[in-house]
Design a protein around this ligand. Structure first.
Ligand code: F6R
Length: 240
């Protein structure tokens, strides 16, 4: 796995955004997946700025969601949908058919999984996926112990993920399940960027790099992808 260390969060986000821009420049109808959560917020900002400056044209691209909390919808603060629309999609001019995102309010999560799998299949593959990493090493909602063979699936959230979720919602919401692209789907992407920022991620970043590939730290399951780069800032690299 290639590792790129940037001096600080803005430089990290600018560099990750350039990776997305390069994918769209090479393939204007690229299928793009960017995680929710705090880590990519600066990437969204850099991409919106690049779009406004005419440096990237998303009009032929498509976007697929990575994951969602089951039971939360667009109007719920901290849902993946709420965050991504607020910081990214609402600031671009996109047509509805360019976006496929998990509906966390669905009464039929299995049907949601099939719908999302079908959207990816219709585009052949995800061209670039930008992942964050959880404090427990999860990517998307692929929690410790996950099977590496899964495509989209419903997930019982790990206790650490449930505890961390309060930072998005501002209060405990007792969400116990999520829905996520699986490791098989993520590994099938053409290009993977695994992104981490800040001192608090330095332990899991070091563990991910040092550990053998295995399900205990799900991020290790993508380490041997042919085109993956771990992109982190100096603070996240402090235990390397
Ligand atoms: C969110 C997601 C998660 C986060 C991870 C890191 O859509 O897929 O895997 O990327 O939990 O979260 P932050 O960036 O908030 O530290």
């Amino acid at each position: 796995m290639n590792v790129e260390i940037k001096e600080d969060y803005p430089q990290l986000c600018a560099a990750v955004a350039e990776q997305v821009i390069a994918s769209v420049t090479a393939k204007p109808d690229a299928l793009i997946c960017i995680a929710g959560g705090d880590t990519p917020l600066g990437v969204f900002e850099a991409l919106v700025n690049a779009s406004n400056a005419g440096r990237v044209d998303f009009s032929h691209a498509s976007f697929i969601g990575l994951d969602e909390w089951l039971g939360l919808g667009r109007s719920d603060k901290g849902s993946c949908r709420e965050m991504i629309w607020h910081h990214f999609f609402d600031k671009l001019t996109l047509r509805d058919e360019q976006i496929c995102f998990f509906d966390g309010l669905t009464h039929d999560p299995q049907a949601e999984c099939l719908r999302v799998d079908a959207f990816i299949a219709a585009h052949q593959q995800i061209d670039i996926i930008v992942l964050g990493i959880g404090m427990n090493g999860h990517i998307g909602f692929n929690e410790p112990g996950v099977s590496p063979d899964k495509s989209c699936h419903v997930v019982d959230l790990d206790a650490i993920t449930q505890a961390v979720s309060v930072k998005y919602f501002g209060k405990p919401l007792n969400i116990k399940q999520g829905i996520s692209l699986g490791i098989k789907t993520i590994r099938a992407a053409k290009r993977i960027i695994l992104m981490a920022s800040g001192e608090k991620k330095s332990t899991i970043v070091a563990k991910t790099l040092q550990a053998e590939i295995g399900t205990e730290i799900p991020a290790t399951l993508v380490k041997d992808h042919p085109s993956i780069t771990l992109m982190i800032d100096r603070a996240a690299s402090s235990q390397l």
